[in-house]
Design a protein around this ligand. Structure first.
Ligand SMILES: [Zn+2]
Length: 248
């Protein structure tokens, strides 16, 4: 399977985080037409829990940070095509006191109502820390607070607990993985070291969609395979085998 990572879908030439609207629509139309199958968050969790890999044509769509743009611009396209997706939200960005300058200077963050609108559409909301620090660089108490604060806010907003975590900046190490494992059965990274599978539940690789990609380049990225030797070496160095192991 492949997990795709998006941030903004907007026409902002030169911005490495903003996929143009037309390119995004074409990408979603390609996914909807097949041979790909866009899977829901549940299916990712079933894969990790059961150890049964998803087929290679399975694709999970993720949208990071919790921008209003994800609800106003992305959601209508997903609705039109009937595609599942996951939105990763920082609890500290919600509400009237949200810091509008981070993580992207010119984009509004989603309101509580917009996050609920996304969830009410049947799509998943993932956790992304409280205020988006690089978790590998914060103290133990700050790490615990970043994870617990986000978990509590999202649980309050959604009426149920988030089940998936996405590392801010994709930054993780064994300490961060262990802390995340206290709350979540899996976590999304941002590197693309290996195909995301049940052997790497706390380092599930994602492909960052490049705004400059043509549809052909998008398709090539979907079909690309990480070098198996590199994948195994990285897996030994950074991955925790499963959540039971972590909790020992
Ligand atoms: Zn982020």
């Amino acid at each position: 399977m492949r997990i795709l990572m998006y941030h903004l879908v907007e026409n902002m030439p030169g911005c490495p985080m903003a996929v143009p609207r037309r390119a995004f629509a074409q990408q979603m139309e390609l996914l909807a037409a097949g041979p790909y199958t866009v899977v829901a968050e549940d299916e990712l969790h079933t894969m990790v829990a059961t150890g049964r890999p998803l087929p290679d044509n399975a694709v999970l769509l993720t949208f990071d940070d919790g921008y209003a743009n994800t609800v106003t611009t992305v959601l209508p396209v997903l609705d039109r095509l009937g595609l599942h997706a996951v939105m990763a939200v920082c609890g500290g960005y919600l509400g009237p006191d949200r810091p509008r300058h981070v993580p992207h200077p010119v984009q509004e963050m989603a309101s509580v109502e917009q996050v609920r609108q996304w969830a009410d559409s049947g799509r998943a909301v993932a956790a992304h820390s409280y205020t988006h620090p690089r978790l590998t660089r914060v103290s133990d108490p700050a790490l615990a607070w970043q994870l617990a604060g986000d978990y509590e806010v999202l649980t309050e907003v959604l009426g149920r607990s988030p089940r998936t975590f996405a590392y801010p900046y994709g930054a993780y190490d064994p300490r961060v993985q262990r802390a995340v494992a206290e709350l979540y059965p899996l976590a999304l990274a941002t590197d693309d070291r290996h195909r995301p599978d049940h052997r790497h539940p706390y380092a599930l690789s994602r492909i960052q969609v490049d705004p400059r990609w043509s549809v052909a380049a998008f398709r090539t990225a979907l079909d690309s395979v990480a070098d198996p030797a590199t994948a195994e070496r990285d897996a030994r160095a950074t991955d925790l085998p499963n959540s039971r192991e972590v909790r020992k």
